[in-house]
Design a protein around this ligand. Structure first.
Ligand code: FMN
Ligand SMILES: CCCCCCC(=O)C(=O)O
Length: 383
C-alpha cells in the first residue's frame, strides 16, 4: 500500500490524500467514469502519446502566462470546470473554490448542481475573474430561464451549455454504492425555484428514483441545435459556450448557431464511454474552428505539461475538475489554491524548459505525436 504523502507536491499526491479523507461513496461519485471507464482512463493516457520538442537557449529568464479568454485578460489559461456538489469535499464548498480561482485570476464555471447559491459564489470572487454559469436545460423551461436571469443579475458573463448529458451516464460505482448525497446538502440554485423541484432541492430521491433518474426525469433530452440554441438566444444576450463537443461536424454547427466558444470535453469520461480522449479530439476541432471561435478543453489534465500540450494543440484555455475536488478535500480554500498553484508552477517551469516565454510561443512545433496525423494543420506561431 502506498503511504499518504505528508506534503502534497503534485496533483497525484492530492488525489491520494483525498482518497483517504473522503467517504468511499463520495470518492466513487467524484472519481468514477461511465461503464467500463475506457474514456476516463484514456483522458489521462492520451496525454502520454504526445511528447514535447523543447527549444533551447531562448532567454527564458522571464516567463508570463498572461492570456485572453473570451476576449478578457486572464493571468493564466488554467481554469476550473463545472463540478456538482463541492460541499461533498469540504463544508466551504464552492465559496472556497471561488476564492481560490479569484486569487489565481482566470475563469470559474459554476455547475447548475452547485451546493452553494450562484449569488454567493460570485460574491466571493473579484472583478478580474470571469464567472460563467453552466446550464442543463430542463423540460420545464421556466426553471432554466429563472436560473439564467439570476446568473445575469449576479454578474456571470457567459452561459456554458453542457450538451453531452441528455441523460446521466451509467456510472457503475454509483449504482453499486447506491450513491445518494447526504440530506444536509442542498442544491441551493433550486431553493427558490417556483417550479416542481422539491425533491431535487433536498437531494432526496422521489420514490425509487435513482440519482440518474432524478437527473434524467427533469432534463430536456429533446434539446436540439435548431430549437435549443435559438431558444437560449431568444432569452439572453450572454455569450453561449457549448461544452461536450468532440467532432468537427458539431464545431461547424456551434459556429452556425452563433455559439461564442467550444469546450472539447467528454465530461471526464462520465457520459458516453468509448469516445476519443479530449486531447485526441482537440486537433480536429481546432482545425474545424479555424480561428472563428475560441476552443477550450478539459479532461485528464493533471500536470503543467498537460496544459502545455493542450495549448500547443490549439486550446485557448484548459479546465480542470477533479483536481479541484481533491484540493478542497485536502484543505478547503487553501487546498483548492494549492491545486491551482501546483499546476501553475508546473506550467511556468514547463514553459521555461521548453523555451517558451509567453503563451503565444506555445505552438504545434512543441508537439511530437506518437499518433499519425494528429497535429496536421494546426497554425504555427512565428518564432
Ligand atoms: C464530480 C463531478 C461532477 C461534475 N459535474 C458536472 C456538472 O455539473 N456539469 C458539467 O457540465 N460537467 C460536470 N462534470 C464534468 C467536468 O466539468 C469536466 O468536464 C470533467 O470532469 C473534466 O475532467 P477532469 O475531471 O479529468 O478534469 C463533473 C465532473 C465531476 C468529476
Ligand atoms: C441530480 C444531480 C445530478 C448532478 C449531475 C452532475 C454531473 O454532471 C456529473 O457528471 O455528475
Amino acid at each position: 500500500m502506498q503511504a499518504t504523502p505528508i506534503l502534497p507536491v503534485c496533483i497525484d499526491d492530492l488525489e491520494h490524500i483525498a482518497k483517504d479523507i473522503l467517504p468511499s461513496a463520495t470518492w466513487g461519485y467524484y472519481t468514477s467514469g461511465a461503464n467500463h471507464e475506457q474514456t476516463l482512463r484514456d483522458n489521462r493516457d492520451a496525454f502520454k502519446r504526445y511528447r514535447l520538442r523543447p527549444r533551447m537557449l531562448r532567454d527564458v529568464s522571464k516567463v508570463t502566462t498572461t492570456t485572453t479568454i473570451l476576449g478578457k485578460k486572464a493571468r493564466s489559461p488554467l481554469c476550473v470546470a463545472p463540478c456538482a456538489m463541492h460541499k461533498l469535499a469540504h463544508p466551504d464548498g464552492e465559496v472556497a473554490t471561488s476564492k481560490a480561482v479569484a486569487s489565481h485570476g482566470s475563469v470559474m464555471i459554476l455547475s447548475t448542481y452547485s451546493t452553494t447559491a450562484l449569488e454567493k459564489v460570485i460574491a466571493a470572487g473579484n472583478p478580474e475573474t470571469q464567472y460563467w454559469f453552466q446550464l442543463y436545460v430542463y423540460k420545464d423551461r421556466r426553471v432554466s430561464e429563472k436560473l439564467i436571469r439570476r446568473a445575469e443579475a449576479a454578474g456571470f458573463s457567459a452561459l456554458v451549455l453542457t450538451v453531452d448529458a441528455p441523460y446521466l451516464g451509467r456510472r457503475l460505482l454509483d449504482s453499486r454504492n447506491k450513491f445518494s448525497p447526504p440530506p444536509h446538502l442542498r442544491l441551493e440554485n433550486f431553493i427558490d425555484s417556483t417550479t416542481d423541484f422539491s425533491s431535487i432541492d433536498s437531494l432526496e430521491k422521489s420514490g425509487d428514483e435513482t440519482f440518474g433518474e432524478t437527473f434524467g426525469n427533469r432534463g430536456d433530452a429533446s434539446l436540439s441545435w435548431e430549437e435549443g440554441i435559438a431558444w437560449l438566444r431568444s432569452i439572453t444576450a450572454l455569450p453561449i459556450i457549448v461544452k461536450g463537443i468532440l467532432t468537427a461536424e458539431d464545431t461547424e454547427l456551434a459556429i452556425k448557431h452563433g455559439c461564442s466558444a467550444i469546450i472539447v470535453s467528454n465530461h471526464g469520461g462520465r457520459q458516453l464511454d468509448g469516445t476519443l480522449a479530449s486531447i485526441d479530439a482537440l486537433p480536429e476541432i481546432v482545425e474545424a474552428a479555424g480561428n472563428r471561435i475560441e476552443v477550450y478543453m478539459d479532461g485528464g489534465v493533471r500536470t503543467g505539461t498537460d496544459i502545455i500540450k493542450a495549448l500547443a494543440l490549439g486550446a485557448q484555455a484548459v479546465f480542470v475538475a477533479r483536481p479541484i475536488l481533491y484540493g478542497l478535500a485536502y484543505n478547503g480554500e487553501d487546498g483548492a489554491r494549492l491545486t491551482l498553484r501546483l499546476l501553475q508552477d508546473e506550467l511556468e517551469l514547463g514553459m521555461a524548459l521548453a523555451g517558451c516565454r509567453t503563451i503565444d510561443e506555445i505552438g504545434s512545433h512543441l508537439i511530437h505525436s506518437l499518433h499519425k496525423q494528429a497535429c496536421n494543420n494546426i497554425p504555427k506561431p512565428k518564432l
